[in-house]
Design a protein around this ligand. Sequence first.
Ligand code: 3PG
Length: 210
Amino acid sequence: MNNNLLQQIEKYKIVPVVKVERAGDAGRLCEALCTGGLPVAEITFRTPAAREAISAAVKEFPQMLVGAGTIVNVEQAKMAVDAGAQFLVSPGISDKVIEYALNQNIMIFPGVCTPTEVMRIMEYGLSVGKFFPAQQYGGLSTIKALSAPFSEMRFMPTGGIGAANVKEYLAFPKIVACGGSWMVRPELIAGGRYDEIRRLTEEAVSLAGE
Ligand code: 3PG
């Protein structure tokens, strides 16, 4: 794994999970995240605009850490890497996607939420999993329970995290960062409410820093 990249993610503590319907929105969205203090985004392959949005973000915001999320097959992983994504996030475990990422030497966070899944990614030498969907699978108490047998494993919980609970997650040392869409909700992007995105981003940054 690229330790430098992981250190950057650990420094930001929060990874905005973005769903962009129109690739043309990527620029203003990234600008709002950067000015809000979070130059990092996981742009999800939940829309056909993802590839183009990643490519635009990478070109226009070279200072930003741009990853691709919701990667469920190798085709998407390739598209993401070709577009310039610096890391990949999957909601679960796909052996093919993990093997592709390892071969390309690109950081991958596969989704895990059970001991068996943690053991499966450990077999690939991975030491950080996306704990997803975090709140629905028991939240922080499940992460703490998984950390007992898997003391080397660290987590990026995502799903149901927001301003009300992010601090609690980040206080646990096995958590490298929290993922979440609360500051980049699709209706904010669709409505062009970039000031609100920046405000929520600033709030998230201040919560993470407390
Ligand atoms: C994800 O894919 O990581 C989640 O959908 C983000 O979860 P959230 O929308 O509850 O923050």
